[in-house]
Ligand binder design. Structure first.
Ligand SMILES: Nc1ncnc2c1ncn2[C@@H]1O[C@H](COP(=O)(O)OP(=O)(O)O)[C@@H](O)[C@H]1O
Ligand SMILES: [Mg+2]
Length: 257
């Protein structure tokens, strides 16, 4: 049984069709990488997985139950099983690193301050930044802030981690630290991961499986080895980082050109 499933999901914003009857099954423990051009619907797809967006048609399933019709009150406990590293999921600038990481524990658990303190230490160690507790986010580099956000994302021991463009805006070395962390969290926490990216280096490094979104559908679904051999020209252009005529046309159609 898959842990996460999109069944025939259809989503449009006014005249803009984003997901055109999409099907996707994610097996527990797998790292799925979702690639696709900017504006192709990757973030929209990710938000459907946790009920932040609802499909116009189709169904979203998590752990054997349909979740898309659930009201917020019932979605909240399910969402706690997810860790998010979203592009807009910035740290609270007015809080120290330790207050940021402690935040979900204070909000959602009855743990004592001592217990919370210990968990914060453990999570900061896991992302390789044990000595940053008293720092303010503004004192850290972009890569370090991402790692603190990741420590916060794993504070509640999530079963699934959703990463939206985790390496965007980082230099190649710092991006690779994030890639290594994605691999480490999979290895040590046995999490299921969904990584949205347009960074092919990152995709090849962390993926068990890659899917590519194009014009509302998955035009590729397979292993990193298979995507290299794909004969689909749109897939090939994307993997090699070359703009083909189809890509340019698609970008213009998507309004992102
Ligand atoms: N809440 C929204 N309302 C209207 N349009 C949206 C909304 N969210 C996303 N879109 C549009 O849907 C398309 C896909 O967006 P998105 O999933 O963010 O793309 P990306 O693949 O870059 O993550 C874009 O054209 C975007 O402008
Ligand atoms: Mg996005």
């Amino acid at each position: 049984m898959p842990l996460i499933e999109l069944r025939n999901v259809y989503k449009r914003f006014g005249r803009l069709l984003v997901l055109n009857h999409v099907n996707l099954s994610i097996v527990e423990g797998q790292t799925l990488v979702v690639i696709g051009a900017s504006g192709s619907g990757k973030s929209v797809m990710l938000k459907h997985i946790v009920g932040l967006l609802k499909p116009d048609e189709g169904e979203v399933w998590y752990d054997g139950a349909r979740i898309d019709p659930l009201p917020e009150r019932q979605l909240a406990p399910i969402r706690q099983q997810f860790g998010f590293l979203f592009q807009w999921g910035a740290l609270f600038d007015s809080m120290t690193v330790e207050e940021n990481v402690a935040f979900p524990l204070v909000e959602h658990t009855n743990k004592t301050p001592q217990e919370i303190d210990q968990i914060v230490g453990q999570k900061l160690a896991m992302v390789g930044l044990p000595d940053t507790r008293k720092k303010m986010p503004g004192e850290l580099s972009g890569g370090q802030r991402k790692r603190i956000a990741l420590a916060r994302a794993i504070a509640l021991e999530p079963r699934v981690i959703l990463y939206d463009e985790p390496t965007t805006g980082l230099d190649p070395i710092r991006a690779d630290v994030i890639n290594e962390l994605i691999l480490k969290l999979k290895r040590e926490l046995h999490v299921t991961s969904v990584v949205v990216t347009h960074d092919m280096h990152s995709a090849f490094k962390v993926a068990d499986r890659i899917v590519m979104l194009f014009q509302g559908n998955f035009i590729f679904d397979g292993t990193p080895e298979e995507i290299v051999r794909s004969e689909n020209r749109i897939v090939q252009h994307f993997v090699k980082g070359e703009a083909g005529p189809e890509d340019l046309a698609a970008l213009e159609q998507a309004g992102a050109g």
